[in-house]
Design a protein around this ligand. Structure first.
Ligand code: MG
Length: 275
C-alpha cells in the first residue's frame, strides 16, 4: 500500500509518502500483525494470545488510533498519548468477559504533531518489541527500545548483542497493550528535519534481517515491500510487517531546523523512557 499526503503547516507544507506491506510468513496460519496508515500517524501492532485474540487485539489497537486521531492534520501530542491509553482499554475489553483469556499486542507508532502554534515534532510511541528506526548517515538507528526479556538481559550486561538474535527467550515481551489497566508506553519527541525517513516494523522483520541488511533494503524504491519479501524469503518464521515513511518539508524557508532540534532534545530529556 502506498499513500501520499501534503499537509499544510503554519508555513509551507509537509509532504509525506508512506508505503506499507504485511505478510503472514511461512509458518503461522494467521497474520496477527495490524497496520495503521492514517497520515500523519502510522503504527504497527503485533498481536498475541490464543483463540484469535491476537489478531483482534492488534486490530483493536490500530482501529482505536484511527478513530481517535485526525487524518490530514497534526494532532497535539497529548491527544496521541491519550489515544494509546484508549487503545489499551480497547484491547482489555476483548477479554473482559473471558476470565483467564489473554489478548495483547505490541504498538509502535509515529505521528507528526503540533507541539505549539506553528511548532512541530515527530512523536514516537512504543509498547513491546515492534520497532521504530530512523535513517541516519550511513545506516539506520533504532529509536524505540524493546520491552523484551532479551533487551533486559542486554541492559544488565548478561548477554552480548551477538547473542540476542538466537536467544531462546527472544519472543518474550515484558510490556504489551492489554497487559494491565494502565499502559506504560515509552514516548519520544523527535526533531523534524528537511528530509527524513523512518521505518516501523514488527519483529518478523528484525528476527530475519540484521540492521545492516535492513539499512541496505531501505534504500530500495519500494522498501516496505522489499523488506517484507526479504524477511519471508529468509525464513518468515513470524508475521512480517513494515511501514516506510518519507517526509519532506517544502517551502518553509525560514524554518530553523537547528533551533527545532535543540528544543526537541531538551523535551526529549523529559520524555526519555529509561533513566
Ligand atoms: Mg511478531
Amino acid at each position: 500500500m502506498s499513500e501520499r499526503l501534503d499537509l499544510p503547516l503554519a508555513e509551507g507544507l509537509l509532504r509525506l509518502r508512506i508505503t506499507s506491506a504485511t505478510d503472514v510468513g511461512t509458518v503461522r496460519r494467521v497474520n496477527e500483525d495490524s497496520v495503521l496508515v492514517h497520515a500523519p500517524t502510522v503504527a504497527v501492532a503485533d498481536g498475541m494470545g490464543g483463540h484469535a485474540f491476537g489478531d483482534r487485539a492488534s486490530a483493536a489497537a490500530v482501529d482505536t488510533l484511527r478513530r481517535a486521531l485526525p487524518s490530514g492534520r497534526p494532532a497535539p501530542p497529548e491527544q496521541v498519548v491519550a489515544a494509546v491509553a484508549e487503545a489499551n482499554r480497547a484491547v482489555r475489553a476483548i477479554t473482559a468477559d473471558r476470565p483467564g483469556a489473554v489478548a495483547g499486542t505490541t504498538l509502535t507508532g509515529l505521528s507528526f504533531v503540533e507541539t505549539g502554534a506553528g511548532e512541530y515534532r515527530w512523536l514516537a510511541f512504543n509498547v513491546g518489541d515492534s520497532r521504530l528506526y530512523r535513517a541516519a548517515a550511513g545506516g539506520i538507528e533504532q529509536v524505540s527500545v524493546d520491552h523484551s526479556v532479551v533487551q533486559e538481559l542486554l541492559d544488565a550486561g548478561a548477554i552480548r548483542p551477538a547473542d540476542a538474535a538466537g536467544h531462546p527467550d527472544r519472543n518474550i515481551v515484558t510490556r504489551a497493550l492489554g497487559g494491565a489497566d494502565r499502559v506504560d508506553a515509552d514516548v519520544w519527541l523527535l526533531p523534524i528535519a528537511r528530509r527524513q525517513r523512518f521505518l516501523l516494523c514488527s519483529d518478523g522483520v528484525t528476527r530475519e534481517l540484521a540492521d545492516e541488511r535492513i539499512a541496505r533494503i531501505l534504500d530500495a524504491p519500494d522498501a516496505a515491500r522489499a523488506l517484507v519479501r526479504a524477511a519471508v524469503r529468509n525464513g518468515g518464521g513470524d508475521n512480517v510487517t513494515a511501514i516506510v515513511v518519507d517526509s519532506e518539508i517544502i517551502g518553509w524557508n525560514g524554518l530553523d531546523l537547528e533551533a527545532t532540534a535543540d528544543r526537541s532534545s531538551r523535551l526529549l530529556e523529559d520524555t526519555l523512557p529509561r533513566t
